[in-house]
Design a protein around this ligand. Structure first.
Ligand code: XMP
Length: 528
């Protein structure tokens, strides 16, 4: 992937830096801080204090992590951060680390403390301002502090730990044994807000309006009179990127939309209507369905399908981009991408964070590497929920901003076995009915994904007096937070019945509908 040559200037507002020691919750901490309308950024734990100082943070959070501070090779922090005069909050491993680093003693606890606990916080501590004396908290740690560093005092305790909260209010350094960022610590967001606002003095400046304004300025500065190409998929990220870029540079943006022949019913027309029609964005649709389907002929292996589609996409996109470049040499110098913040955070190798792994598996192909484009990534500071807010702010409809994820390889991974025009037609028709009924019953936005899968299974049925021997459609309707785990939705039987009846009556070639009641893991959301 081409390296970005220049990025928009760093934000001018107050910011909190989070040093990542590999906790699965590090991104959640960043989001909680942003919910306080304060910009937050995650950096690897080994970032030097001098580099941190240059970013002029208002506060630093040391995340949790799976290691033990006294273990060999345990990730360390540059201790000079404690002398920057910037408030520090250590969470779990982060707390043990700062206690250990500042001269306290950390030891292995007899029993690992995991799960809910009741905290009694010191009312005089700024972290607990406005909160009740007793708070439910969530613990997950195996070490405990047995001696406090000089200048520190205990500021809260649980049944099992006299040092559940520690701090040196003079130096503004605090530690929490529990996880304030998780939902199981119901008032944890307020504890973090107290740190961010009261201890670090951050103002609430991180709003989507200010983001849009500043980012548009940044895009104009970066691009000048150049032209930008964006691959539009119809998904949330590329749609919001398109609207944002269009606001910033108008006709200097051209979107390329590749029709791979594996899209849902009416998708091409809907995307064209919205972006070319309503938004008046310059847009080119490349109808490449024939070449995709030709390459997929006879292919049944799911990973092979993905590879073919990924490779073909790059080729088609490259060709379209090359043609544009030729049409106006010297100006098409930029390639925009809807990269989000979770994709750019440098993953910590000790974390084993499965989120990082799943991404690479699902990234369909790469983008033109050899083409010497400069990257424009206007969403690279944002989390998904923030992208949705930006989309809403830019006037995109709920239909676009809250649409369910759709895999890059499209319907190809929802047709088990070979992909033929006939099977595509069946799945498209069935899928359109699922979508229609989910929307009509208001369930579409309540679930993570809802779609039809075409099985290569034929079974006997009767229609009227006729015996049929037709295909089976499976319904996959799941709830999930991030696609990593999922559970099947207990959809009301009447809706299931309506979907089933409609598919069997209206879709030629289907005589049986099944409901998939497997959770992930061990099943996956898609069938291929
Ligand atoms: P699985 O099937 O792995 O899906 O449980 C998890 C989430 O990822 C989506 N998915 C994909 N997205 N390319 C994509 O862009 C893919 O190859 C791909 N496979 C699965 C899936 O729709 C679900 O949201």
């Amino acid at each position: 992937m081409p390296k970005p040559k220049s990025q928009p200037a760093p934000p001018a507002e107050d910011r909190i830096l989070i040093l990542d020691f590999g906790s699965q919750y590090t991104q959640v901490i960043a989001r909680r801080v942003r919910e306080c309308r304060v910009f937050s950024e995650i950096l690897p734990f080994h970032t030097k204090a001098s580099a941190i100082a240059k970013l002029r943070p208002s506060g630093i959070v040391l995340s949790g992590g799976p290691a033990s501070v006294y273990a060999k090779g345990a990730p360390q922090v540059d201790r000079a951060i404690y002398d920057l005069g910037v408030p520090v909050l250590g969470i779990c491993y982060g707390m043990q680390l700062l206690a250990h680093g500042l001269g306290g003693k950390v030891e292995k606890a007899e029993a690992r403390e995991y799960g809910p606990g009741m905290l009694r916080g010191d009312a005089s501590c700024a972290l607990f301002k406005g909160l009740p004396a007793r708070l439910e908290v969530w613990n997950s740690h195996g070490d405990k502090i047995t001696k406090l560093p000089a200048g520190f005092k205990a500021l809260g305790k649980t049944e099992n730990s006299p040092h559940a909260v520690i701090g040196d209010p003079k130096r503004h350094i605090y530690g929490l044994q529990f996880h304030p960022e998780v939902v199981h610590t119901p008032r944890g967001g307020e504890i973090l807000a107290n740190f961010v606002h009261r201890i670090c003095g951050c103002r609430s400046q991180w709003t989507m309006e200010s983001f849009i304004e500043r980012t548009c300025r940044g895009i104009r500065d970066q691009v000048g009179d150049g032209r930008v190409i964006l691959g539009l998929s119809g998904g949330v990220d590329s749609s919001v990127a398109a609207a944002l870029l269009h606001k910033a540079i108008g006709d200097q943006l051209t979107c390329i939309f590749v029709d791979n022949g594996l899209l849902r019913a009416n998708e091409v027309a809907a995307v064209e209507k919205l972006f070319a029609g309503e938004f008046r964005i310059r847009m080119q649709t490349v109808d490449a369905s024939d070449r995709f389907l030709k390459r997929l002929k006879g292919v049944t292996d799911p990973e092979k399908k993905r590879k073919i589609i990924g490779n073909e996409f790059v080729k088609v996109f490259e060709q379209a981009a090359r043609d544009l470049k030729k049409s106006d040499p010297g100006h098409y110098r930029f390639l925009a991408q809807g990269t989000l913040y979770p994709d750019v955070i440098e993953s910590v190798s000790i974390s084993g964070n499965p989120a990082a792994l799943i991404k690479s598996h699902h990234n369909v192909g790469g983008l033109p590497e050899k083409m010497k484009f400069e990257l424009v990534e206007p969403l690279r500071q944002l989390f998904k929920d923030e992208v949705r807010k930006v989309g809403e702010e830019l006037g995109l409809s709920k239909e676009i901003v809250h649409r369910q994820p759709f895999p890059g390889p499209g319907l190809a991974v929802r047709i088990l076995g070979e992909i033929t025009p006939g099977r595509l037609r069946i799945l498209r028709d069935a899928d359109a009915i699922v979508l229609e009924e989910m929307r009509a019953s208001d369930w579409y936005y309540k679930v993570w994904q809802s779609f039809a899968v075409l099985l290569p299974v034929r079974s006997v049925g009767v229609m009227g007096d006729e015996r049929t021997y037709d295909y089976t459609v499976a319904l996959r309707i799941v709830n999930s937070h991030d696609g990593m785990t999922a559970d099947w939705v207990r959809l009301p039987h009447e809706i299931l019945a309506r979907i089933s009846t409609r598919i069997i009556n209206e879709v030629n070639g289907v005589n049986r509908v099944c409901y998939d009641i497997s959770s992930k893991p061990p099943a996956t959301i898609e069938w291929e």
